[in-house]
Design a protein around this ligand. Structure first.
Ligand code: URA
Length: 244
């Protein structure tokens, strides 16, 4: 939903990924930015970005208040916006024209790969992560040993987790077997810390590879190489919003 609230011009350009606050201030003072056809020289001008025409260097820019981007998270990066020591998922998508105010919707462990939604839509983030919504998340999982029928039945019945990280009762999971007995798809309905790993660990199994392939109706676009991202399509976004 777009609102009609006004925003400082330099902040809007900065959020949209056109540079740091001082870089966009410079762009503005150089006369490179036009609003409704007129050059604007004051960076602190309050503008209603949804109602005006914005041009940068003569090219019209379409302002989206919200951005929704799916990332194929590679292993080795953390699900945070910034970190002094480690590479973050936001470091992977920082480039001109990508909004600077994106944040990951939830977390994947550093060694987990796959679907991670990045957005600045706080309301949708809140809905998707709400413990009451039970949004399903499916992971391809490789384990260090076969997943037996007994383990599958137990996971599908719901398990009590009580370990060094705390205790909770996991809702019944869904397990889909593959041709390999040490590889399964697990669908879980909460987002507890290390949840999938802890659920398998309860049965003495160690997860050696974990990749999220879907969250709600949103599926990872397998054409994205690890580290690549793309905007959600209108259809993907509408479906996701409709289910929360
Ligand atoms: N479960 C885990 O154990 N790790 C993740 O990154 C996601 C789900």
């Amino acid at each position: 939903m777009q609102t009609t609230k006004t925003i400082r011009l330099d902040k809007a350009l900065c959020d949209m990924g056109y540079g740091t606050r001082s870089e966009v201030k410079k762009m503005i003072s150089q006369g490179r930015v036009k609003i409704d056809g007129s050059i604007v020289k004051s960076a602190d001008l309050k503008v209603d970005m949804s109602a005006c025409t914005l041009q940068i260097d003569g090219a019209e820019i379409f302002y989206n208040m919200y951005e929704y981007r799916m990332l194929n998270k590679p292993a080795g990066v953390i699900s945070a916006t910034e970190d002094p020591r480690q590479k973050t998922v936001l470091d992977l998508v920082r480039s001109s024209g990508v909004r600077k105010d994106l944040a990951p919707v939830g977390r994947l462990d550093i060694d987990t790969e796959g679907l991670l939604l990045l957005t600045n839509d706080g309301a949708l983030t809140h809905q998707l992560l709400s413990p009451k919504k039970h949004v399903p998340k499916t992971y391809f999982t490789r384990l260090d040993a076969a997943v037996t029928e007994e383990v599958i039945r137990a996971l599908e019945a719901g398990v009590e987790i009580d370990d060094a990280d705390g205790s909770f009762t996991a809702l019944p999971a869904k397990i889909e077997q593959t041709a390999s007995e040490d590889e399964v798809y697990i669908t879980i309905y909460e987002g507890k810390y290390h949840q999938a790993k802890r659920m398998f660990a309860k049965f003495g199994l160690t997860v050696i590879y974990l990749k999220r392939i879907s969250m709600g109706s949103l599926s990872l676009d397998e054409t994205l190489a690890p580290g690549e991202s793309r905007l959600l399509t209108k259809e993907e976004l509408e479906r996701l919003k409709a289910e929360v």
